[in-house]
Design a protein around this ligand. Structure first.
Ligand code: SF4
Length: 166
């Protein structure tokens, strides 16, 4: 097993244990926060899809997805647990972002990490009307706050920090 596979397994174990230790009230709050984060991320993706973000990404080859090894955090794993979604298996030997499969990101938009869903390159952002850019960044700050609240609900800081490191 490679070092990254070990770190991934340990991260999944740590987050699953932390989730199991939550009180009923905290778990309900975590689950609510997770569902709202998924909906918010889907709305952000839908907003950029209106200016055909997918074809811009295909046109440049998805350069921002090449080295995304550290984007997935414990909180992103919590969202999988809280919503009952099936967790993917990273591709640590693909030489790129380990969550990038030939057909695209292994995570649907509502589950993608904060850095991925909130990043717009200028090719996309320049085509959005000003008020939609403002809305996008308002949602980004709300999403950042949801991540903060979610981390704070976990005992022993078990949802803090990175999953992978060099
Ligand atoms: S996690 Fe997904 S969206 Fe983010 S860089 Fe990797 S492939 Fe791209």
């Amino acid at each position: 097993m490679t070092r990254y596979e070990e770190l991934w397994r340990e991260g999944v174990r740590r987050v699953t244990a932390g989730y199991a230790l939550l009180s009923r009230a905290d778990r309900e709050q975590v689950d609510r926060l997770c569902r709202s984060m998924v909906a918010r991320k889907e709305a952000m993706q839908a907003l950029v899809a209106r200016v055909d973000a997918a074809s811009h990404c295909a046109g440049c080859g998805g350069a921002c997805c090449v080295k995304g090894k550290y984007h997935v955090t414990p909180v992103d794993l919590v969202v999988y647990l809280a919503t009952g979604a099936e967790l993917f298996a990273p591709l640590f030997d693909n030489g790129l972002c380990p969550y990038l499969a030939p057909e695209g990101c292994l995570m649907p938009p509502g589950y993608r990490p904060f850095n991925c869903i909130t990043f717009n390159c200028e090719l996309i952002e320049d085509q959005l009307p000003e008020e939609e850019v403002a809305l996008f960044y308002l949602w980004e700050s709300e999403l950042r706050e949801s991540y903060r609240q979610l981390r704070a609900l976990f005992p022993d800081r078990s949802a803090d920090g990175p999953l992978l490191k060099d």
